[in-house]
Design a protein. Structure first.
Length: 436
């Protein structure tokens, strides 16, 4: 005889009450993320990249602890931390930005982070925190730029008695939420101007392979069957046992525009090479206006057509990073035209991908898919596997954003397979550590 539905519902209510009473509490979640870390790893290598992340951790971990926070986990170059008091979390965020600003004054390799905070109820365990509050904080962080702190209205309300300089940016849509939420910026330095949040995704986050998903699902179902059998088998009455549940949380985001150099670092034209290196240094320091000026200076020094194509793409990427999409689109178009002329297939595929990203950022998913497909076809033809991995991820995220989850999963599977085959350790770490 099956268990009566009424009994199932009564047991479910008992379990919910235990979780609410013993595990659910108000917390403030903070997410941080290093801006430009993917490019740093690519340019400097894994060892230098890991050393940079360690410097970042050494600078910021003590601040979290000093402000009574708990470091929940590190996710590649990101930090997730929890605070019982919102004021402690916001003070930690300000101190982290101040610490890095001080560090960057005398550092060759500067570190810039974006920060997002949200306050709400969550399931808090000794070593982890779960719930919509966590997901919302992560999505707010994704709206921020380097050096920026964004918080939700819930967090702003908790710190309204603090002497903080807050700027209200308006209501913004967050993935997974039906309604837009109010976003505030904490202006933490003297003379700092508010910067409009950018809804573009920042990190290349992928989901596990279909095979892994099936295995995890089977384990979950088996555990559920055992739990039901345990709950409803005849047994002596006694206190309700606590059942700990660790939910799977999956998110995925669009990969940023790809930089393309095509021989510029080894240019025989020493003046071009010098200007490029200077512009690239400014770009890595997020001094995009100065980077643009140096790359434009390169264009006046008689570079080859192939070098011009790479410079057009780099200038477009700088404008994209400044959220000036019209200007970025114009430079990508120049890059597209000259790479077609020179037959530079990698450069052409890169411009197609970047144009697709602009359309994606603006919510034009059909156009984004069209340009990403153009990029994919070229990368497949020339066998550029790294480019393919990025493009597969991007196509998957377009389908994800449109709600076509099965189609998205197919493209994420393709991405994961290539990343495993080419030994992309940073990509794989992101894949398996950014579930949630």
């Amino acid at each position: 005889m099956p268990v009566p539905i009424e009994e199932l519902l009564r047991k479910r209510n008992e379990i919910d009450e235990v979780i609410r009473k013993d595990y659910s509490q108000q917390v403030t979640i903070i997410f941080t993320d290093i801006v430009g870390s993917t490019g740093y790893f690519a340019a400097k290598g894994d060892t230098a990249g890991r050393a940079m992340v360690q410097r970042h951790n050494d600078l910021l971990f003590p601040i979290i602890k000093e402000e009574h926070g708990q470091i929940i986990k590190t996710i590649g170059d990101a930090i997730m931390a929890g605070f019982d008091e919102a004021g402690d979390g916001v003070r930690a965020a300000i101190r982290m930005q101040e610490r890095l600003a001080e560090h960057n004054q005398g550092a060759d390799d500067k570190i810039h982070i974006r920060i997002g905070l949200h306050t709400g109820r969550a399931i808090k365990e000794p070593t982890d925190i779960y719930g919509d509050t966590v997901n919302t904080a992560a999505r707010i962080e994704a709206l921020a730029d380097g050096g920026q702190i964004l918080i939700s209205k819930a967090t702003a309300k908790e710190v309204e008695k603090e002497r903080l300089n807050l700027h209200f940016h308006g209501n913004y849509p967050l993935k997974g939420l039906k309604e837009k939420i109010p976003i505030y910026e904490v202006l933490w330095s003297e003379g700092q101007e508010p910067k409009k949040p950018s809804p573009k995704a920042r990190r290349r986050i992928k989901i596990p392979s279909l095979k892994m998903t099936i295995v995890v699902g089977a384990i979950f179902l088996l555990g559920l069957m055992v739990a039901i059998k345990f709950i409803f088998q005849p047994q002596e009455t006694g206190p309700l046992k606590k059942i700990e549940v660790s939910p799977l949380r999956v998110s995925a985001e669009f990969y940023p525009p790809m930089d393309y150099y095509d021989g510029l670092p080894e240019s025989p034209n020493l003046k071009v090479k010098e200007a490029f290196e200077k512009g690239q240094k400014y770009k890595q320091e997020y001094r995009f206006d100065e980077a643009i000026e140096e790359f434009k200076r390169c264009l006046k020094l008689k570079p080859t057509d192939e070098e011009k194509g790479a410079l057009f793409i780099l200038i477009g990427n700088c404008f994209y990073s400044k959220s000036k999409y019209k200007e970025a689109f114009s430079w990508y178009n120049k890059g597209m035209n000259i790479t077609k002329k020179t037959g530079d297939q990698i450069g052409l595929a890169t411009t197609y991908s970047s144009i697709g990203l602009i359309h994606y950022t603006q919510g034009n998913y059909q156009e984004a898919l069209k340009w990403s497909e153009k990029s994919r076809k070229i990368f497949e033809e020339i066998g550029d596997r790294a480019g393919l991995a990025t493009t597969y991820n991007n196509i998957g995220e377009i389908h994800h954003a449109r709600g076509n989850y099965q189609e998205a999963l197919k493209w994420y599977e393709k991405d994961l397979k290539i990343s495993e085959e080419i030994g992309d350790q940073a990509g794989l770490a992101t894949t398996y550590n950014n579930i949630g």
